[in-house]
Design a protein around this ligand. Structure first.
Ligand code: UTP
Length: 228
């Protein structure tokens, strides 16, 4: 199966870099490759990208400049993932979807960070999944699913097993997009998921190791986004 996987910065670098998580991701990607899956990877920026964005904002940098700093950090995390994957991965983070697809067709794993100001790596992952005609798109986040409200702010928020993409759009368009903003899937990404109708999962840390069996149909503990 061809799958696009997005590892949010919230799990790769919630505060400092989470080396155990990075190693667990690399091990799981090796398992997927040995089972002949085609895998395309996107990495988020996490807390380090927010630190740079906050600092640049204090220096009165424009939103676009802040976004570019965020993109730089997502690419740095992509480099780290490439280091963890060794020969399995293309040596440089890819900057275009076409280049990422070429790498996939060569049998290697392309790793991408951000590409364009005004969005997050969620949108990059949705675009990569769409342009590579992936069968499945999976987001790994620290909260491990889509909730009725932001679980970090609202203790009564409930994780949803299934959500339609239309409901997801309603949940994510209430916040205004600005550099460093935190939301489960950004509106640009959600819109693309709606347009392509791609099967999408939002999973957490403990499903990283289980992804090979989840691809074979095992149950997961996150949220399935369905068309409609
Ligand atoms: P992230 O994708 O890490 O955003 O990009 P995030 O919402 O913090 O996601 P998690 O926490 O990793 O899951 C960090 C910042 O980089 C800029 C944005 O400012 C974003 O908030 N960025 C990233 C872009 O402008 N364009 C991109 O394509 C990617």
């Amino acid at each position: 199966m061809r799958v696009t996987l997005c590892f949010g910065g919230s799990i790769l670098a919630p505060e400092e870099l989470d080396m155990d998580c990075i190693r667990a991701v690399a091990q799981m990607l090796r398992a997927l490759k040995s089972q002949k899956h085609e895998v395309l990877v996107v990495t988020g920026g996490g807390r380090p990208s927010r630190k740079y964005i906050e600092a640049a904002r204090k220096l009165k940098a424009s939103n676009t400049y802040c976004d570019i700093m965020g993109i730089d950090v997502t690419r740095l995390n992509a480099r780290l993932m490439i280091a963890a994957l060794g020969d399995l991965a293309e040596r440089e983070p890819l900057a275009t979807f076409e280049a990422a697809i070429r790498v996939t067709l060569k049998g290697k794993v392309p790793v991408m960070g951000g590409v364009t100001p005004g969005q997050t790596t969620d949108a990059v992952a949705a675009m990569l999944a769409s342009s590579s005609k992936s069968e499945l798109l999976v987001f790994f986040t620290d909260v491990g699913g889509v909730y009725t409200a932001d679980p970090k702010l609202n203790p009564r928020a409930k994780k949803l097993e299934v959500i339609t993409v239309r409901e997801l759009m309603r949940l994510v368009t209430v916040k205004k997009m600005k550099p460093g903003i935190s939301m489960v899937i950004d509106p640009v990404g959600a819109k693309l998921i709606q347009r392509t109708g791609i099967r999408t999962l939002v999973l957490g840390r403990r499903d990283i190791k289980r992804l090979p069996e989840i691809l074979r149909g095992a149950k997961h503990s996150g949220t399935t986004i369905v068309p409609g």
